[in-house]
Design a binder for this molecule. Structure first.
Ligand code: HEC
Length: 343
């Protein structure tokens, strides 16, 4: 009764900017594969739930904005774009950084465009200094400065902080005419192993009946096996969404045939009975499978393809409100895109 009350009304989530929902109903073959997974007892050694210890946030500066002046920095011969408002905003966010002084080049003292901006910058710096003093902030005078941070793009302005601090930073940088985005950090050993981009939640299992979470991890978690990149098949397993389905499919078929062909000494049981040694006499026999180090190919039976089709639907890379992923968090950031240049 309790699971029914908790999950019974849970709807699939709409995927932003698309007509699709998550989780999608599995295609027929993959649905059959779920049954094969169950019948072969894969869940005796594999879990399908990624765990997460913490969710933290950060702010990333992506664009400097247009509100500033081009300055040829003395001696360097290089022209730098300086957004004064951004420097002040960064200084408010990062009280551990110095503010490197910028002097008005003597040649520009009479420039009616540049000189007032310098004056304004000086006034804002004085205000900042006063509020620093009031809150007891002792800023270093040497060392890494906000100027260096502003010159880097993208720059990690804040990393692994609470949501309030990150949102404040994104807002301050946006108000300064720059572009910043909210960064999400899903943290925990499972993420470090590359088993998924985020934790598994109830919604991931809406189309499963019965839900085979598994409780023993003799082998790696398979919740996001459908997102592992081909070049990173070897442990440590890395999350990536760059895999091509066919490469991953081949890889998983070989793994099913004999895991020892891919991982020496693997204890994952082989399912050679899901393959024919000879091309079967049926019309739709499918493509032969080349095995590494072997001359003769084998022919996956329907159940082998179905099981792999099921594994390929296992992906926790879609962000959900209750379990966001980095990719989904970005557009939600309330960054002001192009604030009009202040006089
Ligand atoms: C006796 C325990 C056991 C059972 C049962 C088992 N596995 Fe495994 N599995 C392992 C171990 C251990 C590994 C890690 C070594 C390796 O990669 O081969 C593994 C690895 C895997 C991998 C590779 C994961 C990766 O990240 O590369 C896949 C895929 C997999 N198993 C699928 C299955 C499927 C499908 C079944 C059911 C047919 C199954 N396993 C049954 C123990 C098991």
């Amino acid at each position: 009764m309790a699971p029914q009350l908790q999950l019974g009304d849970l709807p699939p989530a709409a995927i932003p900017n698309s007509a699709e929902v998550y989780p999608a109903v599995r295609p027929g073959v993959a649905a059959q594969g779920a049954e094969v997974y169950r019948s072969l007892g894969c869940n005796q050694c594999h879990t399908r739930q990624v765990r997460q210890d913490a969710l933290l946030f950060g702010a990333r500066l992506t664009e400097t904005g247009t509100n500033g002046v081009n300055l040829e920095l003395p001696g360097s011969g290089k022209t730098n774009f300086v957004n004064f408002d951004l420097l002040i905003a960064l200084a408010k966010v990062r009280t551990d950084l110095a503010i490197a002084p910028i002097a008005l080049p003597s040649g520009l003292a009479g420039d009616t465009n540049v000189a007032p901006k310098f004056a304004q910058f000086g006034a804002n710096l004085a205000l900042l200094k006063r509020s620093d003093d009031k809150s007891g902030i002792a800023r270093p005078t040497t060392g890494p400065s906000v100027n260096e941070l502003a010159a880097r793009r993208p720059a990690e302005v804040l990393a692994q902080v609470g949501p309030d601090a990150a949102e404040r930073a994104v807002k301050l940088l946006g108000d300064a005419g720059a572009k910043a985005e909210l960064v999400i950090y899903n943290l925990g050993p499972d993420m470090d192993r590359g088993w998924g981009a985020r934790r598994s939640v109830a919604r991931d299992f809406l189309n499963d009946s019965p839900v085979l979470l598994g409780s023993v991890r003799v082998g790696p978690d398979l919740a996001s096996i459908g997102t592992r990149a081909p070049e990173k098949f070897a442990a440590p397993w890395k999350f990536a969404s760059t895999n091509t389905a066919t490469e991953l499919e081949q890889h998983l078929l070989v793994h099913l045939y004999d895991a020892r062909l891919l991982a020496k000494g693997s204890t994952c049981p082989s399912a050679k009975y899901l393959f024919d040694a000879q091309k079967p006499e049926v019309r739709y026999a499918g493509e032969p499978l080349t095995l590494p180090g072997k001359d003769a190919p084998v022919f996956p039976k329907h159940n082998a393809r179905a099981l792999v089709a099921f594994l390929l639907t296992q992906r926790t890379d879609v962000g959900l409100p209750e379990a966001p992923t980095p990719a989904v968090a970005a557009p939600a950031a309330p960054a002001a895109p192009t604030a009009p240049a202040k006089p």
